[in-house]
Unconditional design. Structure first.
Length: 562
């Protein structure tokens, strides 16, 4: 068999297409590694996933009849999402992957499942299935006992350490008690229920999870249970600053977030009279990335800390241990699992981590909302890494301008991208909006019309010939997209509407006071504008304006000019 097993026996570069003849040769029938499914039968797919997870892995080919005939299936996003939901209904499945395969001109969906290395999988009704030939077979009685005992999973975070509850810091114990909302009564029992203490003899020993929250220095009991930060000025391996962030797990998350925010700083942008401080990486993203590293790392790797690298163009956070099953890089937005259930539960009690399955969503959505690059994830058997890019294709002034537009309200997530391209001088069409947003024609038209109706865009033409431009009064930050000649034209157009002041030009263009003064002085020196008044009362009019009463840029009467 040449193709699609998502485990050690299969190739890593999997084809996206196969000839019908080759498919028939590679998959002549169902076996201990292959199962055919003509349609999406929820219960049957769950059974196969559980059985493959408890055996040597395998592959479900959806869109193939029992006889091996390729009949095809729908492979759109909703069908794939449904498959993710079905697998989520299996308890503790192995890692898996969903991908389309084109057999001739017919699409088959491939659901590849890997053998589970820790513990075992069960169906929702509690059955333990294994793969025997082409059958998904339940195991019972003595066979079940042997199977479970051979695959029993003892979470390392539950392992007791030498430190006892008497060694715990009373202030830290109190902090945990308040976070959980417990009373003062039966506190050791409550700590044991939370997985932080093992009550088994005269001394209540802390667990690994308990040591992380109840000892002032968990490293004394757990080795390198801390965060190591390196700052680099270039791409070499020579760092110019190194420091450690230790202490209880919750304090590590808080301190690391603050330190990284301070190190990275913010982009300061002044638009008109407003000053914007735009974090280079938003605080919720940094906090969640650090919290994930602290909560999901393996503490068995006692000789490895969490490593943070601050590079000129990125921050990289690397934690020991691979992704917990069944999470993979491909399904991490659809699936969630925790290596350290008690550690993450307590971190959530401190409000330092998102609810289950929300962490990656929060990081990606927050970066996207800030018009920054989405986080990049990488993983192997020994590490999980998240890279947060500094900088973006969107300039800081553009981000600040979008933030000002959002303060007016009624802006939806996709609107930012459309407004940004319109502010850069692009004439939007239904086709360009479809490409930018990745939506169909109906949704693109709806977005354009909504922005038009709100007064953010103006429409020229009708139906298929309609184009949309940024409304004149929005005043995008001109310094980002206009050269000096274009900036001069903006100011002269303002002067045709009424008298021009330094402040009015700052608001319209996003330039600072000194830049506007240089721009206006240049227009006066060239004879295009006349300067009137002095200091704060200075204003400008076109050199060829007729005598009479001018109006100011806001429409109010101005003094007579001669």
């Amino acid at each position: 068999m040449a193709y699609p097993l998502f485990h050690e026996a299969g190739p890593r570069d999997l084809p996206m297409t196969m000839l019908a003849e080759q498919f028939a040769l590679d998959f002549p029938g169902e076996s201990d590694l292959v199962e055919f499914k003509q349609g999406i039968s929820e219960n049957k797919i769950k059974e196969a996933v559980a059985a493959f997870s408890n055996s040597d892995g395998g592959v479900l080919l959806i869109g193939v009849s029992n006889s091996g005939q390729v009949v095809g299936t729908n492979s759109d996003g909703e069908v794939v999402a449904r498959l993710h939901r079905i697998v989520a209904g299996v308890r503790n499945p192995g890692r898996y992957e969903v991908r389309p395969l084109l057999v001739g001109d017919t699409t088959v969906l491939v659901l590849s499942v890997s053998r589970r290395r820790e513990g075992f999988a069960q169906t929702q009704d509690g059955r333990v299935l294994v793969r025997r030939g082409a059958m998904n077979t339940p195991v019972f009685d003595a066979e079940l006992a042997r199977f479970i005992s051979g695959r029993a999973l003892s979470r390392f975070e539950s392992t007791p350490v030498r430190a006892t509850l008497e060694d715990a810091d009373p202030e830290l114990v109190e902090k945990v008690r308040i976070a959980y909302g417990w009373s003062d009564q039966q506190l050791p029992e409550r700590l044991a229920e939370a997985g932080l203490v093992e009550v088994g003899d005269a001394h209540a020993h802390l667990t690994v999870a308990g040591a992380l929250y109840l000892l002032p220095q968990p490293r004394d009991a757990l080795g390198k249970a801390y965060i190591e930060v390196f700052r680099y000025r270039d791409e070499s391996e020579a760092y110019d600053r190194r420091f450690e962030i230790d202490g209880p797990a919750d304090q590590q998350v808080e301190r690391a977030t603050r330190e990284l925010l301070d190190e990275l700083g913010a982009d300061v942008v002044i638009l008109g009279v407003r000053r914007h401080e735009l974090p280079r990486i938003p605080e919720p993203v940094l906090r969640e990335a650090v919290a994930n590293a602290v909560a999901h790392r393996t503490y068995e790797a006692s000789g490895q800390p969490i490593r943070v690298e601050i590079r000129p163009d990125r921050v990289v956070i690397s934690s020991p241990g691979g992704l917990p099953e069944p999470v993979t890089l491909a399904n991490m937005r659809e699936q969630n699992a925790s290596r350290n259930i008690d550690v993450i539960r307590t971190l959530r009690r401190f409000r330092l981590a998102e609810d289950a399955g929300m962490g990656v969503d929060v990081m990606e959505d927050t970066m996207e909302a800030a018009l920054l690059e989405k986080p990049e994830f990488d993983a192997d058997a020994s590490h999980v890494e998240v890279r947060l890019r500094l900088g973006s294709a969107v300039a800081p002034q553009e981000r600040a301008w979008i933030a000002e537009i959002e303060q007016r309200g009624e802006i939806q997530a996709d609107d930012r991208l459309l407004l940004l391209h319109a502010a850069r001088g692009e004439l939007l069409t239904n086709a360009s909006a479809r490409n930018l947003l990745g939506v169909d024609s109906v949704h693109a038209r709806s977005a354009l019309h909504r922005l038009r109706d709100l007064g953010y865009l103006t429409q020229r033409g009708e139906r298929g010939g309609a184009v949309y431009a940024l409304a004149r009064g929005l005043g995008p930050p001109a310094g980002l997209k206009l050269d000096q000649e274009e900036l001069q034209r903006v100011v002269l157009a303002m002067a045709e509407e009424g008298r021009v002041t330094n402040e009015a030009v700052r608001v319209r263009t996003g330039l600072d006071r000194a830049q506007v003064l240089a721009l206006l002085n240049g227009l006066v020196d060239s004879g295009a504008l006349l300067r009137h008044g002095a200091r704060r009362g200075t204003y400008y009019t076109p050199a060829d304006a007729p005598d009479g009463v001018l109006e100011s840029a806001d429409g109010s009467p101005a003094s007579t000019v001669r």
